[in-house]
Design a protein around this ligand. Structure first.
Ligand code: AKG
Ligand code: FE2
Length: 287
């Protein structure tokens, strides 16, 4: 009897402890946000900079991506690999991403190391940052499987998006965010508890953990339109998504993953790599 109770206690603890850890992570990143200096980026969670790159560089990267695109995920060279998301998950199935593209292109390798993106974030946030990876992303038309509002994981993570194609209309799939929502601690906690409960009840561990199913809608959101070369700095704890009705033009975008230097482990990004190498389908959600 006593043994049974102890066993039950251990089982409950095994469920509760990771949850406590996750809630702690949410609370810690929110307290860091409130300690940031106050400026447009830290208050709103985003900033848009026009004409960051010339059209020629955008065109060059589109050609580079086209050179390596295939209908199946594969390792291109070293740490650089193509993920066709349809191979590893059930949402965003029309997205193809070349991860660690800086490893196969000299100009992008220089851009990865030259500190320009880090400086933009550091000036706003006030502490050292590091670009972890460059990803060349192709969003093919999709009106059926696009992920809704979500945050990327739980920690402090930023992205710089550089549009390589013009995003003029909703049909071009603009990046879409709810301004200021990175500071919504209690709304994040509520959604996180809901997601955890769903995982627990359905037993489906692939349930997207960062989903923000409650409190957020298009009404409160803004979508970013801009010509090729437009840069968007973004806090990934914003409720965000790519526009759902992406039905007009394929979108190419360079995504720079940026983390606080103190969290950087010096290792290249490997998101989804294990899954494509072991051919284990439909069990993850790549941010
Ligand atoms: O496709 C988009 O605009 C958003 C993609 C996204 O959610 C992300 O990069 O974290
Ligand atoms: Fe995301």
């Amino acid at each position: 009897m006593l043994e049974n109770i102890k066993q039950l206690k251990r089982k409950i603890e095994a469920k509760i402890n990771p949850l406590k850890q996750e809630l702690r992570q949410i609370i810690v990143s929110h307290s860091r946000f409130t300690s940031h200096p106050q400026n447009h980026f830290t208050l709103q969670g985003y900033e848009l900079i026009n004409n960051f790159w010339p059209q020629e560089e955008c065109n060059r990267l589109i050609s580079l991506a086209n050179l390596y695109l295939k209908d199946e995920s594969y390792v291109i060279d070293g740490n650089c690999y193509l993920i066709c998301r349809k191979d590893v998950q059930k949402i965003d199935t029309k997205v193809q991403v070349i991860t660690n593209i800086q490893e196969i292109d000299n100009a992008l390798n220089q851009f990865f190391h030259n500190g320009i993106i880090e400086k933009l974030f550091e000036e706003r946030i006030g502490y050292p940052m590091k670009v972890k990876s460059l990803r060349l992303q192709v969003d093919n038309l999709d009106t059926k499987t696009k992920r809704g509002f979500h945050t990327d994981g739980l920690g402090e993570l930023y992205k710089a998006f550089i549009y390589l194609t013009d995003v003029d209309e909703y049909g071009d799939g603009p990046y879409t965010i709810v301004p200021g929502s990175h500071n919504h601690k209690y709304r994040h906690i509520f959604n996180h508890l809901y997601n955890r409960l769903s995982i627990f009840l359905t037993g489906d561990d692939s349930y997207p953990r960062g989903d923000m199913s409650f409190f957020y809608s298009n009404k409160k959101a803004i979508s970013f339109f801009g010509k090729a070369g437009t840069l968007i700095l973004s806090n990934q704890q914003l409720a965000h998504k790519g526009w759902q009705q992406h039905d007009r033009k394929k979108r190419y975008v360079l995504v720079c993953d940026v983390v606080p230097l103190k969290n950087y482990n010096g290792k290249p990004m490997t998101l989804g790599l294990k899954e494509i190498q072991t051919n284990s389908n439909h069990n993850i959600v790549i941010q």
